[in-house]
Ligand binder design. Structure first.
Ligand code: ACO
Length: 318
């Protein structure tokens, strides 16, 4: 039986950090950040907030939108690069906080493509009968892995969580998923640190080759959207809403231009959220659903790209 999205939800930490506030900490400016990235502000988690807390807020919203209770959930997948702890998984911690014990729960680590990967896996598990009501969450606290003295990275990211509930459906909702990775590009975006012998070894902060990431992202986001359209015998005219990973407005605009999708059909939240990695696509999806832009019967193209490098698409009918 095919699966469809029955509800979406979001959670953003209360504290907002503006570009001007960052400009008081490092040598940057609101003008530089806005023109290079489209980012105006980002949310930052409180010191006692964990990724699973953000995930809980988004999951609660998605379950309410789907008119389901935590006890109805029989699969939880959390896409995150910033888990609460080394193990158990943030999905298991979320499951306990929700009160939804019993079904499988696990994390997916595909960095900014994590949500697309997780949604593809959940779709196959629901359509294959392994689960009925699946909760798929993208949740991140990037503020924990940023070097706040490095202006080239600290201005780009934010914290947040987005979630969807997938259920079986007579009519197909998820139409296709295509996933890719190329580990040869592992060094252009990474956090090259590890927990070893009781301490952190290596660098526990985001390191990035900005221009290499930019070129790679635009190339594969457009390619993977085309791959999905070809597989579904559709054209770009059949994308009512394009929701790319919200890394940077210039990457998103260049992708839309390459695809021939007008900017008016791109859902963008990067101005308010910055890059929230695995949370960015579900946060934008929830924004588009809640403000009424995404309507029943429309076609939505989700395209993700992130460290690894990883990339992928999920094409769906709302
Ligand atoms: N404020 C002011 N100046 C800065 C800042 C800052 N925050 N950061 C870098 N600069 C300086 C640099 O030091 C450099 O100075 P120099 O010329 O004296 O050496 C100058 O600005 C220009 O730097 P560039 O890197 O050439 O600037 P560019 O226009 O390429 O923009 C950016 C940099 C925004 C990082 C760009 O490369 C980009 O968008 N890359 C994509 C990276 C991205 O979005 N990553 C997110 C994660 S990736 C993902 O999610 C898949």
């Amino acid at each position: 039986m095919p699966s469809r999205v029955a509800g979406t939800g979001s959670y953003l930490p209360q504290r907002i950090v503006t570009n001007d506030e960052l400009a008081r900490r490092v040598a940057t400016s609101d003008e530089w950040i806005r023109t290079r990235t489209g980012i105006c502000q980002r949310h930052v988690a409180a010191p006692d907030e964990r990724t699973s807390d953000l995930a809980l807020g988004a999951a609660t919203g998605a379950l309410a939108a789907a008119s389901l209770k935590p006890a109805d959930v029989d699969l939880i997948i959390v896409a995150t690069t910033t888990p609460d702890i080394v193990f158990p998984s943030t999905a298991c911690i979320l499951q306990a906080k929700l009160g939804a014990a019993g079904g499988p729960a696990f994390d997916v680590q595909a960095v900014c493509s994590g949500f697309v990967y997780a949604l593809a896996i959940a779709d196959r598990m629901v359509s294959g009968g392994l689960a009925r009501n699946a909760l798929v969450v993208g949740a991140e606290i990037y503020s924990h892995i940023l070097d706040w003295e490095d202006r080239s990275t600290c201005v780009l990211f934010g914290d947040g969580a987005g979630a969807v509930v997938l259920v079986p459906s007579d009519e197909p909702g998820i139409l296709s998923a295509h996933l890719h990775a190329d580990g040869n590009y592992k060094d252009i975006l990474c956090v090259p640190g590890q927990v070893k012998n009781g301490r952190v070894a290596g660098i526990p902060f985001v390191r990035m080759d900005g221009s290499a990431v930019f070129k790679f992202a635009v190339k594969v986001l457009a390619e993977v959207a085309h791959e999905a359209l070809t597989a579904n015998r559709r054209t770009t005219a059949d994308i009512d809403w394009l929701i790319p990973h919200q890394a940077n407005i210039r990457i998103m605009d260049a992708t839309a231009k390459k695809l021939g999708v007008p900017l008016s059909r791109v859902v963008s939240t990067v101005d308010k959220h910055a890059n929230t990695s695995a949370a960015s696509i579900p946060l934008a999806l929830d924004a588009g659903v809640r403000d009424g832009r995404i309507r029943e019967g429309q076609h939505v193209m989700l395209v993700g790209v992130g460290g690894g490098f990883t990339w992928g698409s999920v094409y769906l009918r709302w």
